[in-house]
Write a protein that binds this ligand. Structure first.
Ligand code: ADP
Ligand code: TRP
Length: 327
């Protein structure tokens, strides 16, 4: 049997920036190479985003655009089974069952709720946010996922999924596969030159769909030191290099590092190089994005919903029988 890996695509924005690409999209694309023989289930986090975005127009646009961008970045729809959990009744059905088997105190300790408490008052927090890890556990357990690659901030949530699976298995006999957690620590944070990570919250991003003029403006704004052209420079201290290196292969990286160290490399030259690299990177993504229609995405989701629903319905049937919902 093929190993099943479960991953997701955020639906928190209608755009993705270069930081999202290198920190998230690329590592998903790498997954499909790393686990060549595995089956990769990838869902859009629409039900999760609904915990705080209740505007249907925003929600729909976010999901549609992020899926198109994911495909435009080179995701092969034959390698990733991309689906919308809202098309699969099992996510909500299992969430209710697990909600009834989870003590409130367990949710009170979860990062999702604790984070929400740092941003809002308790009376401003939706119950959906409070119970978010239960929905997450359902996303995982419904499909007997073998492996769930997450960043460290999600570790506690996957551990809850493991705990509740074990608890259910003990109470109702073997039903769920206890998923393995795979912590993705190796992802580097894409910086911007204000010393913070590139983020839509800091307004310091380059969107994957930005035009040449906008990219040029961003690159020109990068602050550089007052060192003169002829001086030898340390590339690791240069703001332009910190971003440029993301786009270089080993040979190009070594060459430019040598040029920094030898001297006679102007910041203008290195900024032009960065600009060229970013444009060369963005162009094929943008071309592909413009070719993908809404219908293409909807057809793909519909096709995959059939595959995924079959697995999910079987699981729900088994669970409903065991807990006594099926008369
Ligand atoms: P933002 O900070 O722009 O709001 P999100 O929080 O929506 O981005 O992040 C979506 C995904 O992209 C997450 O997996 C996150 O780790 C990754 N990501 C976001 N910004 C960066 C960055 N600057 N460098 C690396 N990864 C990033
Ligand atoms: N909570 C995850 C995040 O915000 C997204 C997510 C939802 C998820 N369901 C999941 C991750 C199931 C792993 C498994 O980043």
């Amino acid at each position: 049997m093929k190993k099943r890996i479960l991953t997701w695509l955020q639906a928190t924005s209608d755009q993705l920036h270069i930081g999202n690409y290198f920190g998230s999209i690329k590592s998903m694309l790498d997954l499909s190479n790393e686990f060549e023989d595995a089956e990769i289930f990838l869902f859009t986090a629409i039900m999760h985003t609904y915990t705080w975005i209740h505007d249907w127009n925003v929600l729909k646009t976010n999901v549609m655009n992020s899926l198109k961008l994911f495909l435009a970045c080179g995701a092969d729809p034959n390698k990733f089974i991309i689906y919308n959990p809202a098309d699969i009744a099992g996510h909500a059905q299992l969430t209710w069952v697990l909600t009834c088997l989870t003590i409130m105190w367990t949710m009170e300790r979860m990062h999702s709720y604790k984070d929400a408490l740092t941003k809002w008052k308790a009376w401003e927090i939706w119950v959906g946010t409070f119970c978010y890890p239960i929905l997450m556990a359902s996303d995982i357990l419904l499909y007997d996922a073998d492996l769930v690659p997450v960043w460290r901030d999600q570790k506690q949530h996957v551990e809850y999924a493991r705990d509740i699976a074990q608890k259910f298995n003990n109470q109702y006999w073997e039903t769920f596969k206890v998923p393995g957690v795979y912590i993705r620590d190796e992802v580097s944070v894409v910086p911007w030159t204000d010393g913070r990570k590139m983020s839509k919250s800091y307004n310091n991003y380059i969107w994957l769909l930005d035009d040449e003029k906008t990219v040029l403006k961003r690159v020109k704004q990068i602050p550089t030191s007052t060192q003169t052209v002829e001086e030898s420079k340390n590339p690791d201290e240069c703001n332009v290099y910190k971003i440029l290196k993301l786009f270089l292969n080993d040979k190009e990286n070594q060459e430019i590092r040598n040029r920094y160290e030898t001297g006679w490399l102007s910041y203008k030259e290195v900024k032009d190089y960065l600009y060229e690299k970013i444009i060369t990177f963005l162009k094929p993504i943008q071309e592909k994005y413009n070719q993908i229609s809404d219908k293409e995405v909807l057809d793909l989701l519909e096709k995959n919903a059939k595959i995924v629903n079959e697995i999910s319905n079987k699981k729900i049937e088994e669970i409903y029988k065991k807990i006594g919902f099926k008369l």
